[in-house]
Design a protein around this ligand. Structure first.
Ligand code: ADP
Ligand code: MG
Length: 741
């Protein structure tokens, strides 16, 4: 049985309407050990014949038998397998991987040897055989034509395939070098079938065993055809399994994966400039995705579009009486006990309302609130974590918990001395701590008593737009108070701003009644009237403002909250218990909801919110997609250079799947510096107060999302490139024509 047998083979080229005959009616048989020289005029069909034999080109007529098996039904994967097992191809234009070293060129063809050392040893051995041992580390592009061809021959030998095909291997070489190459080929292919196309028969004459001349696509003569003694190897059969029938083999896939990953490193490193550029591009892309994520998932925006009724706290149930009456503290306490709440807040106003906190106080200057959602006040009993200084344990003391970006602002604060204003009420700063998660609102902690006091005061302050003042001793005249300014220093005294219209001739025995908070009348003795404001606000001369001490405002606030503020909160161990309690409360004269309850917004508001959400997601996705597009654009030109490499690798018999995996790997490797950049930014957020204020703090899942997004981009870009890179046959790529489209 012949190694190869061509029976009536015909190949016709159809291109742009015209038909060209490549070869026709070719009947040939080849055996191992033959040195076949093919000659013929240019365009006679020599290359076509070799391409058909190598399975790089299809044939339309006849049948090609490989060790007796017909091939006319083969699909591309079948040809790939055949090539990888049987064929080594040596082209005229060298086809060396120019960006790889001599050693790498050969090692790539030795991928089937798993042991790296053994692979190297074998590559060196082969290169020594072709006389290239002195140039192992030289890059392909730096070699002379003869050296390139020697390397390619070593590479061809690496596969140890039974057939070596050489299409004018000396076409671009001078005479002496040509001779050397021919002799080398002869020497290395003693037990193989060597078919060599040449336009110069003389140079191969001395070692050729057979001479076939092609004329106009047909065999003109075939001299010296003789079965060689090595050819009778009946035992050797092409163990071909049709690609269609092949099942997915995990083991094979894993092996391919391993090879692909290994090759990916080479592919990546083979184009250093492109690699650096790609890395930079991906790093910039990564920061872009980071910024977009940071902007789009900003807590302030998320808060703005949420329809939460209350500030969410784990296990919190918000309760009011169904009849609208104000619950007494005893009632709340009893409810908490009955339902197994672990704690309760009777006037829960502050839980839902951020407060203004200011370090350097000026009356009526706008307060700035810290943290992305303002500052919330908490009872100190809820404090957890570390801090500097001491926890507040006396009235009028405060501990601040601030985003790290505020650190500079508070650098001068002296614990135990510095005064902090919480809306209007002053506190002495006794402790401070900073946190890095700048999504969280800032927090101010005061004693549990002060917390309730502040809850009442602020609920009152925010409810009353004006309060009537009935100066009884002034003949019952009524005046409006538009605002209270709280001044701890005044204690139980109060003071009306000068611009009340006139100086009130208060005397010790006068009584002043304040009405309007509720229907109740609060009376204040005139002897509690301050005659002078504390120094720091003495200059203030606003309109209709009552400056009140903490005791006075407390009295007012208590009247208000005992008469008007009806909402309280119960706290349970978790949301499940909270839900159960809320359900039960509902049936028993209360309206109770979990703090994560949302309200149904007005139709327009709902539309607006939906639109904003849509916009945010679109911006994020749009950013990601345009980034992918941009990266692809930047890469698409340079990627063409891979096309040739890939075609060579395929012609070397490296599996397409391995090459594809290596191309994906190349993209993935380029993500390493990008991931580094991401960690860099994350580290900045964690170490530098300034940057912490600048960027949004992201959580682990967000970083994972960013990485996944970028990985997706990388794979997508790679996939798109590959559809281009693997289009067309190996032959078309290697013989030009298709490289530039
Ligand atoms: P040789 O290698 O002997 O110079 P070829 O095998 O390359 O000749 O070409 C044989 C014939 O087939 C020529 O007439 C050539 O024009 C034609 N041919 C080769 N390749 C193609 C192709 N890709 N498309 C169309 N015609 C082709
Ligand atoms: Mg040719």
């Amino acid at each position: 049985m012949s190694l190869l047998k061509l029976s009536g083979i015909g190949k016709i080229y159809y291109s742009e309407g015209s038909v060209a005959v490549g070869i026709r009616g070719v009947d040939l048989a080849f055996e191992r050990g033959e040195f076949v020289a093919i000659t013929g005029a240019s365009g006679s069909g020599k290359s076509t014949l070799l391409n058909v034999i190598s399975g790089m080109d299809s044939y339309e007529e006849g049948e090609l038998y490989i060790e007796g098996s017909p091939t006319s039904h083969y699909l591309e994967p079948d040809w790939e397998e055949y090539r990888s097992k049987y064929i080594s191809f040596i082209f005229q234009d060298y086809n060396i991987l120019e960006s790889y070293t001599v050693l790498q060129n050969v090692e790539l063809a030795l991928m089937h040897i798993k042991d790296r050392r053994e692979r190297r040893r074998r590559a060196v051995e082969l290169l020594t055989r072709v006389g290239m041992e002195k140039h192992l580390r030289q890059k392909g592009s730096k070699l002379s034509g003869g050296q390139k061809q020697r390397t390619v021959i070593a590479r061809a030998l690496a596969k140890d395939s039974p057939i070596i095909l050489a299409d004018e291997p000396t076409g671009n070489l001078d005479e002496t070098t040509s001779k050397e190459i021919i002799n080398l080929l002869r020497e290395v292919s003693k037990d193989k079938l060597l078919i060599i196309v040449t336009h110069n028969y003389e140079e191969v004459e001395h070692c050729a065993t057979r001479h076939i001349r092609i004329f106009d696509g047909s065999v003109e003569f075939d001299r010296g055809s003789k079965p060689s003694e090595i050819s009778a190897r009946e035992d050797k059969k092409f163990d071909y399994v049709p690609a269609k029938k092949k099942k997915f083999d995990l083991k094979e896939f894993l092996a391919d994966l391993k090879d692909g990953i290994g090759l990916g490193g080479h592919v990546f490193a083979s184009r250093p400039k492109l690699a650096v550029f790609t890395c930079l591009l991906m790093a910039v892309g990564m920061l872009g995705v980071f910024l977009m994520t940071s902007i789009c998932f900003d807590r302030e925006i998320v808060d703005e579009i949420s329809s939460n009724m209350f500030e969410y706290r784990k296990g919190r149930v918000v309760v009011v009486r169904r009849d609208g009456d104000i619950p007494t503290i005893d009632e709340i306490r009893a409810l908490a006990e009955e339902y197994g709440a672990k704690s309760y807040v009777e006037c829960d106003y502050l839980i839902d309302t951020p407060i203004g906190v200011s370090l350097d106080y000026m009356p009526y200057r706008y307060y700035y609130s810290m943290g992305s959602s303002g500052t919330f006040l908490y009872p100190v009993s809820e404090y957890e974590g570390t801090f500097e200084g001491t926890l507040p344990d006396e009235e009028g003391e405060m501990l601040l918990r601030l985003p790290i970006s505020e650190k500079e602002e508070y650098a001068d604060a002296i614990l135990g001395e510095t005064v902090v204003y919480c809306d209007d009420v002053s506190f002495v700063l006794t402790g401070i701590s900073y946190y890095y998660d700048n999504n969280l609102p800032a927090a101010a902690y005061v004693t549990d008593e002060d917390y309730m006091l502040m809850a009442r005061i602020l609920a009152f302050m925010n409810s009353s737009s004006s309060v009537m003042l009935n100066a009884a001793s002034l003949g019952g005249s009524m005046f409006s108070i538009h605002d209270f300014s709280i001044c701890r220093e005044l204690g139980d005294k109060f003071y009306f701003s000068k611009s009340f219209g006139y100086d009130m001739p208060f005397s010790e025995d006068m009584t002043i009644g304040i009405v309007g908070i509720t229907s109740e009348l609060l009376t204040i003795e005139a002897k509690n009237m301050a005659t002078k404001l504390p120094e720091e606000i003495a200059d203030y001369d606003g309109y209709s403002v009552a400056f009140v001490g903490i005791d006075v405002i407390e009295k007012l606030a208590r009247i208000y909250t005992d008469n008007d503020y009806c909402q309280f909160s119960l706290f349970f161990e978790n949301d499940i218990e909270a839900r159960r309690a809320a359900k039960k409360l509902f049936g028993e004269g209360y309206i109770a909801v979990l703090s994560n309850a949302t309200f149904e917004p007005e139709p327009f508001e709902k539309f607006a919110k939906t639109f904003i959400v849509f916009l945010m997601v679109s911006i994020w996705l749009g950013g990601i997609i345009s980034l992918a597009f941009f990266i692809r654009l930047c890469q698409s030109r340079s990627i063409v250079s891979f096309k040739n490499d890939i075609a060579i690798m395929r012609s070397m018999g490296i599996k397409t799947s391995v090459i594809k995996i290596s191309m994906y790997m190349r993209s993935v490797i380029a993500l390493i510096p990008a991931t580094g950049a991401l960690f860099g930014v994350a580290a900045l957020i964690f170490t530098s107060p300034k940057w912490n204020g600048f960027f949004n703090y992201l959580y682990g899942w967000q970083y994972a999302l960013i990485c996944a997004g970028l990985l997706l981009i990388a794979i997508r870009v790679s996939f798109k490139q590959q559809s281009k890179l693997f289009a067309g046959s190996v032959k078309k790529t290697l013989t030009g024509g298709e490289l530039n489209d």
